[in-house]
Design a binder for this molecule. Structure first.
Ligand SMILES: NC(=O)c1ccc[n+]([C@@H]2O[C@H](COP(=O)([O-])OP(=O)(O)OC[C@H]3O[C@@H](n4cnc5c(N)ncnc54)[C@H](O)[C@@H]3O)[C@@H](O)[C@H]2O)c1
Ligand SMILES: [Zn+2]
Ligand SMILES: [Zn+2]
Length: 356
């Protein structure tokens, strides 16, 4: 019998991806196959496309899936064919040492911890920019979408909201904290929303793109600073009376990491979300020679079905609405054009909805 095929976005080599026909996945033991109804492109996919983050040639990329269960493998119970589900970008196994110790994102591929091990889709296994997706450890990762929520209301929860909010959660923001968020791309904007949810008082958003600064205001920043025109460290110290309680880094550069640290009051918390390359340095004066009681924490996007359920509850009860970030829509067949628009940040793009 002929193997059924599907359309998928395949990475071939740096700067070369293609939508092509590939075999449709089947669900093995503990797996599920979903028919993708909506997905999107992440900044990390741009790193892959540009060859800055290596993946195997031939891999289907993408890691933000919403879809309908098409096939359930043996051992997956409590779900039905036809259920509409959200799956996190990170798919923990739920059984390894890391998962059972609460470090879901650092899930091991054996039984142990593995750095970034929970990120599988479009990294170590085929991803979501396709007509069908095989979900590993389905029992731990399929989250049924409440009927009243549309796909567009939940697709950004898979990655950017989970990541951005976790930047605020890892910083352990307390009621009344002042928070500065460096960069207002999709991740930083979600961190701004997360800071508001956690009870921050003053939220300062930093970026150099006027459209993104306006969106930051719309989503909850009290003050926005254009780093091209303002000495951000001086201004944050002035606005906060000596330094912010929390700084969230959402870009991944030496410059923003260092400025985030310099904006803090002694004993403040730096929560870092950016993906860095090369070397990251901490000048001694920026953290009081190591004895300023600073805390620096880093976080990889939390995944798993319970995380997705909680995030969907926030949308269901009107606490958050990230849909304004979905600025453009493309069919899967034209995803290469969507990558170009997104990569060049043309036309005020923030996130693109991709429909197979
Ligand atoms: N921790 C995680 O789990 C996780 C998950 C997804 C993405 N990321 C990383 O988060 C980072 C941000 O992702 P994104 O998709 O929001 O990126 P993006 O490229 O869309 O946005 C970056 C923003 O930074 C702004 N910027 C540039 N220089 C700046 C400066 N000096 N000061 C302030 N702002 C500046 C740009 O104008 C832009 O709006 C990336 O490093 C990405 O790889 C991390
Ligand atoms: Zn991502
Ligand atoms: Zn695990």
């Amino acid at each position: 019998m002929k193997t059924p095929t599907m359309c998928a976005t395949v990475f071939h080599s740096p700067h070369h991806i293609e939508v092509q026909a590939v075999p449709r996945p089947r669900a093995g033991v503990g797996e599920a196959v979903i028919r993708i109804t909506l997905t999107t492109i992440c900044g990390t996919d741009l790193h892959i496309l540009r060859g800055e983050y290596p993946v195997k040639p031939g891999l289907i990329i993408g890691h933000e899936p919403v879809g309908i269960i098409e096939e359930l493998g043996d051992g997956v119970c409590g779900y039905h064919i036809g259920d509409r589900v959200l799956v996190g970008a990170i798919t923990p196994c739920g059984q390894c040492r890391a998962c059972l110790s609460g470090q879901w994102s650092q899930c091991g591929h054996g039984t142990d911890y593995e750095a970034i091990g929970g990120w599988r889709f479009g990294n170590t296994i085929n991803g979501a920019q396709a007509e069908y997706l095989c979900v590993p450890f389905a029992q731990a990762n399929l989250s049924v979408i409440p009927p009243s929520l549309r796909d567009e209301q939940v697709v950004l929860l898979a990655d950017i909201a989970s990541t951005g909010f976790s930047g605020a959660e890892s910083a352990e923001i307390r009621l009344g904290d002042s928070v500065v968020v460096f960069a207002q791309g999709p991740i930083g904007l979600s961190a701004t929303v997360g800071a508001r949810l956690m009870g921050a008082s003053l939220i300062i958003g930093v970026d150099g793109d006027p459209t993104r600064l306006r969106m930051a205001e719309r989503l909850g920043a009290d003050v926005v600073l254009d780093y091209r025109e303002t000495d951000v460290v001086v201004e944050v110290k002035r606005l906060t009376g000596g330094g912010a309680d929390v700084a969230i880094e959402a870009l991944g550069t030496q410059d923003t990491f260092e400025k985030a640290l310099r904006c803090l009051r002694p004993g403040g918390r730096l929560s870092s979300l950016g993906v860095y390359s090369g070397k990251l340095q901490i000048p001694y004066d920026a953290f009081a020679a190591g004895i300023g009681d600073y805390r620096i924490v880093t976080t990889l996007c939390p995944g798993g079905k319970e995380r997705m359920r909680r995030l969907m509850e926030l949308v269901l009860h009107g606490r958050v609405d990230l849909e304004p970030l979905l600025t453009h829509t493309f069919p899967l067949a034209h995803i290469v054009d969507a990558y170009a628009l997104f990569g060049e940040r043309r036309d005020g793009v923030l996130k693109v909805a991709i429909k197979p």
